[in-house]
Design a protein. Structure first.
Length: 510
């Protein structure tokens, strides 16, 4: 419903001076997270060669960050509502930069997994705080839509800058250098943020319930771990126990929130069909995309033989499409409707993923580039509008917790996507038939096969690499088909759940 415009004095208060400069600081925080997420994919072949992780350890390196961040986002978003979103953003950014050094100098797979987990703890403070601060900086809904679009475009730009800069670094330095690029961004963010960002918090927050924090973390990690292990190795008693423990913890978390006078997360938010529909759309979208994104850099480098910098440039169309679509998404949603914009974007991504089911080892770049462009446009439209819907559905005092729910869906989808789709790729890959006497390490990962081939006679090496690459592509195309089905299902769900949902037009009270 359109609100009545306020007086000139109120409108001036609504349009906080310096809000766009403050947004630039939040953009830096988004870049920090987006660059880190994308450079890992490029660095994976080098990490695989240097640290020699097993296929399971390689998946853990890829998804433990998402496990931890998914388990802590709600807690950190709620903590920001209590102690101040600016404060937790600056603390988290500092920790993120420092822990990046530990990632850079990890010398064993186990240490790398621990470093990624610690980075997840720091990362959990960043994204909810940035969206919550946008909610409190921009009270004009049209300005907020543009701000959210810029926020989303920054994430996409980071996804573009990460591979290009990371590719350059990988060609001239060791793989750990891709994590050190976080340090200058972190330094600028903290120094400028201290001056420009306004502090905001819930004026009546209530206590921060430690038991709820533990239940949330145990629940998320337990459930996602069980899904990952079941997808990779089938059901086992340990896997079932982890899943049941996680489910029980999440049930206890929900029950506790419903009985607390000031819960960590107000479960009544989910009564809003628009809020629930937007969260579900985000979860399914990332689930369908993330596993493929994780393996795409390996396909470009290890299957098609592209250099890291070239592989980074090859992924640019997705980021360009997402940037443009994110900036136009709010206008499109107001003109055509929220559900048409979100569902249309998701359907476009689903059809693009379906096109990947026909790729081979030597597929030309025009098809790959077109697919990536469509994926970027569709995801940019969907994510920007769902973020706007989620922020608009809650009072600004709960912006941190609501933003955390959105980001939890994103990270949970990423973890599940890497676990399920990544396990499909790995499962198909492991069964390839190589030359007689092929070492077991070649079946662990494609990077392992490349390393083994380097020590074999030329005919055997060529036969091994051809078989391994074909198996990897077979797994990738199967995972692409599953991802396409998930995205098309998400488009259908969004069409029904977001029925009648509209973005606000009137100015609200600050």
């Amino acid at each position: 419903m359109t609100r009545t415009p306020q007086s000139a004095q109120t409108t001036e208060a609504v349009k906080r001076p310096g809000r766009w400069l403050a947004l630039s600081v939040l953009v830096l925080a988004v870049l920090l997270v987006a660059v880190d997420a994308t450079v890992l994919g490029l660095a994976t072949p080098y990490i695989s060669e240097d640290l020699a992780p097993s296929s399971t350890q390689l998946l853990w390196i890829g998804d433990v960050y998402s496990f931890v961040i998914a388990g802590l986002l709600v807690s950190m978003g709620s903590l920001g509502d209590r102690i101040g979103r600016k404060r937790i953003l600056l603390i988290g950014a500092t920790a993120f930069g420092l822990i990046s050094v530990l990632n850079a100098y990890a010398h064993t797979p186990e240490l790398m997994i621990v470093a990624r987990a610690l980075l997840g703890v720091a990362g959990a403070t960043l994204m909810p705080a940035t969206l919550a601060l946008i909610r409190n900086l921009f009270h004009d809904p049209r300005e907020r839509s543009l701000a959210v679009g810029i926020w989303g475009a920054a994430a996409s730009a980071g996804a573009a800058v990460g591979p290009v800069v990371g590719g350059f670094l990988l060609e001239h330095f060791w793989w750990g250098s891709v994590f050190l690029i976080n340090l200058p961004v972190m330094a600028v963010l903290v120094l400028v943020g201290i001056k420009l960002l306004p502090e905001s918090r819930n004026p009546n927050p209530g206590p921060w319930d430690l038991l709820s924090v533990v239940l949330s973390l145990v629940g998320m990690v337990g459930v996602v771990y069980a899904v990952k292990e079941a997808a990779a190795h089938g059901f086992a008693w340990a896997t079932l126990a982890a899943g049941l423990l996680g489910a029980a913890a999440l049930y206890g978390f929900v029950r506790r929130q419903l009985t607390m006078p000031t819960p960590l997360l107000d479960m009544r938010l989910f009564r809003s069909r628009g809020f629930s529909g937007a969260v579900l759309a985000d979860l399914l979208t990332i689930l369908g995309l993330s596993g493929l994104v994780f393996f795409l850099s390996q396909y470009l480098q290890l299957v098609q033989g592209r250099r890291p910098f070239e592989a980074g440039l090859a992924e640019l169309p997705a980021a360009i499409g997402a940037v443009v679509a994110g900036l136009l998404a709010g206008r499109a949603a107001r003109r055509f409707s929220v559900r048409a914009t979100v569902s249309g974007g998701l359907a476009a991504v689903g059809l693009a993923l379906a096109a990947l089911t026909v790729i081979g080892q030597h597929t030309g770049y025009p098809l790959l580039g077109a697919v990536l462009l469509v994926v970027g446009v569709g995801a940019g439209l969907s994510f920007t509008v769902t973020a706007d819907v989620i922020l608009s559905s809650v009072p600004k005092e709960q912006a941190g917790a609501a933003s955390a729910v959105s980001e939890t869906a994103y990270e949970l989808g990423a973890a599940l996507g890497i676990a399920v789709l990544g396990s499909i790729v790995t499962g198909v890959y492991r069964d390839f038939t190589g030359p007689a006497g092929t070492p077991a390490a070649a079946h662990e990962s494609l990077g392992g096969a490349v390393e083994v081939a380097a020590h074999l006679p030329a005919p055997s090496a060529e036969a091994l690499l051809d078989a391994a690459r074909q198996a990897f592509v077979d797994g990738l195309t199967l995972a692409a088909g599953v991802g396409a089905a998930v995205l098309l299902a998400a488009a259908g769900a969004a069409w029904f759940l977001l029925r009648g949902q509209r973005l606000e037009d009137g100015v609200e009270h600050p």
